[in-house]
Design a binder for this molecule. Structure first.
Ligand code: PEP
Ligand code: CO
Length: 485
């Protein structure tokens, strides 16, 4: 057998000679005998910062590991069960939020607006698909970003790239760009504050569908889509009252809405520090979030991220793009989804409007050949990023819609089905993506461009995506809902 021994640069930046643990392809718990929360350190870890002080990193990890978990294993288990339903076509996944959350925007209106837009989108999707919609926010931990270059150079000065607030800070100074382990602790705290607010909004009247007016963002008053949205909200309200009268169940007696969190599980020391055992449950759980995903740039089957995520019991997702070979995808499915456990694995494809047609089919065949069930989700954002002539990162709304439209059709043509969408959005009135009902153009981009990283859909564009997906699902189901008029 080929020796797997090699020298790797581990997260701390130090070079060590390591022998990876072999992967045992038998049932989940046997396989776990060769896994531990830090066994990822035996594999090459892409996209990790180089810290100056390893001891400081360990101290912060120790401190985080003693703090209470952000989510519980039973919530994580409940989400896995719901995702199993989306994989078989009974429900639909809506996953959305910022490209990167910022510590500075951990405030009540940013959080509430994001929650409102996701609730509104989910309402539209429920209506169009006639399915339960699983709501998952890209929030309470979306603080670490992969970067194409380790360094950024300005006027001949090179400094480490900004990698998200969990790692360093955006201003181009040496002090801000030096990775600071203490920021992991700040990230844990910001995630806890965000979650605390979301939990209280969700558990009280804010999300009660009898009070749809609470969910309104100001745009509803004057958006070109306002009438369509309001008509739908009215129909839902009437159906709800009808059902309650028939069943004799009334508001307050039902738990209406679940909300789950997710983030890219990129920064492995942060993820490791929140990996726990739980009384009366087998195995290890990542309790920093319900639903972590592996980004496209860290989805190497031989890499540290895949090693870490194969060992936790959460439902997990992997982003796959144009460079993914069918053989590598089969290997990933084998490693991450050995037992075909319902709800365990979601594959989020993001090819771009021009490539999805040739790229998706071969991967659908590859996964089918494994005999495993996965949930297929479309991210129509990341394959459609463009630079304007002025060097501004943007995405064309038409490209986003087109990729999503094709995704539904390609799945249907292959006897598969699209079970979810993953998008970058904000509840604010930003101008970062061009196009949409209001016809934003490139000159609008400078008006309200706030993202430090990828361009997001604003609230109006996000609702437009939901209306489009709802119509499409309704059509695929052979129904003609009122939203089609
Ligand atoms: C992201 O979701 O912000 C991201 C970086 O995506 P991907 O891994 O698909 O490039
Ligand atoms: Co992004």
């Amino acid at each position: 057998m080929m020796s797997l021994e090699r020298t790797v640069r581990v997260a701390s930046g130090a070079r060590r000679k390591l022998t990876p643990v072999p992967y045992v392809r038998t049932g989940a718990h046997q396989a776990m005998a060769d896994w531990s929360p830090d066994s990822w350190r035996t594999k090459p870890a892409a996209q990790q910062p180089v810290y100056r002080d390893d001891a400081e990193v360990s101290r912060v990890m120790q401190e985080i590991s003693k703090l209470p978990p952000l989510v519980t294993s039973w919530e994580v288990g409940a989400l896995k069960t719901q995702l199993a339903g989306a994989a078989t076509g009974e429900s639909f996944l809506l996953q959305g939020g910022d490209c990167a959350e910022s510590f500075d925007h951990c405030d009540s209106s940013t959080i509430a607006n994001k929650l409102k837009i996701l609730l509104q989108m989910s309402l539209v999707l429920v209506h169009g698909s006639q399915k339960r919609v699983i709501r998952v926010g890209r929030f309470a931990g979306q603080y670490a970003k992969p970067r194409s270059d380790d360094y950024e150079t300005r006027d001949g000065v090179s400094l480490p790239s900004y990698r998200g607030d969990l790692i360093n800070r955006p201003p181009f100074t040496e002090a801000d760009r030096t990775p600071d382990p203490e920021l992991m602790l700040r990230g844990y705290e910001r995630a806890a504050l965000t979650l605390n607010f979301i939990r209280s909004l969700v558990s009280r009247g804010f999300v009660d569908p009898h009070r749809l007016e609470y969910w309104d963002l100001d745009w509803v008053k004057n958006s070109p889509m306002a009438d369509e949205y309001r008509r739908m909200a009215r129909t839902i309200g009437e159906s709800l009252r009808f059902m309650e009268n028939i069943l004799g169940v009334h508001p307050g007696e039902l738990q209406w809405i679940d909300f789950f969190t997710s983030h890219e599980g990129l920064h492995l020391p942060y993820e490791q520090a929140q990996t726990r055992r739980v009384p009366r449950q087998e195995g290890w759980w990542n309790l920093s979030t319900h639903f972590p995903w592996i980004g496209m740039r860290t989805a190497d089957p031989e890499g540290a991220h895949v090693e870490y995520f194969r060992g936790v019991r959460n439902p997990i997702a992997v982003k796959i793009g144009g460079g993914m070979r069918p053989e590598a995808l089969k290997q990933l499915v084998d490693i991450l989804h050995p037992d075909n456990e319902p709800g365990r694995l979601t594959l989020i494809h993001r090819f771009g409007n021009e490539s999805i047609e040739r790229s998706l089919g071969p991967l659908l065949y590859a996964v089918r050949a494994t005999g495993k069930t996965v949930l297929w989700c479309c991210d129509p954002m990341h394959g459609n990023t463009r630079m304007t002539a002025d060097g501004i990162k943007t995405r064309h709304f038409g490209d986003i819609l087109s990729e999503l439209d094709q995704a539904f059709d390609i799945h249907a043509a292959h006897g598969s089905h699209l079970g979810g969408i993953h998008i970058e959005l904000t509840g604010e009135d930003v101008t970062e993506c061009v196009g949409g009902a209001r016809g934003l153009n490139e000159t609008d981009l400078t008006r309200a461009y706030q993202s430090q990283l990828d361009p997001r859909l604003n609230y109006e564009q996000a609702i437009e995506i939901a209306l489009f997906a709802a119509r499409k699902m309704s059509k695929l189901n052979g129904r003609h809902g009122p939203q089609q008029v």
